[in-house]
Design a protein around this ligand. Structure first.
Ligand SMILES: Cc1ncc(C[n+]2csc(CCOP(=O)(O)OP(=O)(O)O)c2C)c(N)n1
Ligand SMILES: [Mg+2]
Length: 321
């Protein structure tokens, strides 16, 4: 399957996944050491979804994210420096240090600051797509959200609206099997969330969310369809997050066998193995990519730590409520 896409594209997707992984591994350590304030929800294991979907988008397309959206931010093009500064609550951050980890984004690159209200981004993306359609713009909106969010009323109402008006919106559900500590099987009878699409008369597709090429291809079809005016698609990406719900979660509720099974499907080593087997990547090139990413992260941390904190007199600036 990988051979069908240009080598550069495959390497670039691999690099982008690695970049997200290294970034999150590093900020996890910064949080644990107390160097970074606030709280975090990490997405290690889910990188293929952000990268595979965003590789099909232009800067003009807009995404909405969740409490777990560092990966989507980097994949959509939010600069690492401004993301890092945001996590350090500095005024050079992508939301001027007022948003923090759960509200990352930068409208200049097409990411609305993420919405941490579970399901909250789904109607917003639908509204953005309505605006695109009314203004006859060739742009699409993509909403990333979790399995838990698909049990919210907002999901159902927004998808129905997107469907009846054939809006250029793609609903990307990252089914990582858990909503906080609750296993998906305890809160829904359906095996596939994608089947919910059929209630609203739109296509619903299940994809291996740990296979970046598979995600890329499914997303490409859905995005092409949306751009042609044929309406939304619900994509369910089956995945798993390696860490717990948030930084303080010891994951005692998780089945160790389940963890082991999913760890073997980690999207990054999996892609690396395929790229090496097909002579697209060498171990040496992979190491060089990782070294460059580590350097970029060091520089982003330096930038963030030397940036000023927001001024007290700016507390009410950019606040509309
Ligand atoms: C409306 C709402 N209810 C509850 C919460 C608390 N909460 C934050 S994340 C989360 C779990 C969400 O699960 P899911 O949508 O599957 O996303 P995941 O954390 O797995 O990425 C909950 C219940 C919230 N932020 N918003
Ligand atoms: Mg979940």
């Amino acid at each position: 399957m990988e051979k069908r896409l240009p080598r550069e594209k495959l390497i670039e997707m691999y690099r982008k996944m690695l970049r997200i992984r290294h970034f999150e591994d590093r900020i996890y350590r910064l949080f644990l050491s107390g160097t970074m304030p606030g709280t975090i929800h990490l997405s290690q294991g889910q990188e293929a979804i952000a990268v595979g979907v965003c590789a099909n988008l232009s800067k003009d397309d807009i995404i909405t994210g969740t409490h777990r959206s560092h990966g989507e931010a980097l994949a959509k093009g939010v600069s690492m420096k401004s993301l890092m500064a945001e996590l350090f609550a500095r005024s050079n951050g992508c939301c001027k240090g007022k948003g923090g980890s759960m509200h990352v984004g930068d409208i200049d690159v097409g990411m609305l600051p993420a919405i941490a209200i579970v399901g909250g981004g789904i109607p917003v993306a639908t509204g953005i797509a309505l605006a695109f359609k009314m203004k006859r713009l060739d742009r699409v909106a993509v909403s990333f959200f979790g399995d838990g969010a698909s049990n919210e009323g907002a999901f159902h109402e927004a998808i129905n609206m997107g469907a009846i008006w054939d809006l250029p919106v793609i609903y990307v559900c990252e089914n990582n099997l858990y909503g906080a500590s609750t296993h998906v099987s305890k809160v829904m009878k359906l095996k596939d969330i994608a089947n919910r699409a059929f209630s609203y008369g739109i296509p619903g597709v299940v994809v291996d969310g740990n296979d970046v090429v598979a995600v890329y291809e499914v997303a490409r079809k859905a995005i092409d369809r949306a751009r042609k005016g044929e309406g939304p698609t619900l994509i369910e990406c089956k995945t798993y997050h390696i860490g717990g719900h948030s930084r303080s979660d010891p994951r005692q509720y998780r089945d160790k066998e389940e963890e082991k099974r999913w760890l073997a499907k980690d999207p990054i080593p999996r892609m690396k193995k395929k790229l090496i087997a097909t002579n697209i990547l060498s171990s040496e090139k992979s190491e060089n990519i990782e070294a460059a990413i580590e350097k970029e992260i060091d520089e982003a941390i330096k930038f963030a730590q030397s940036s000023p904190s927001p001024k007290p007199e700016d507390a009410l600036r950019d606040v509309f409520a």
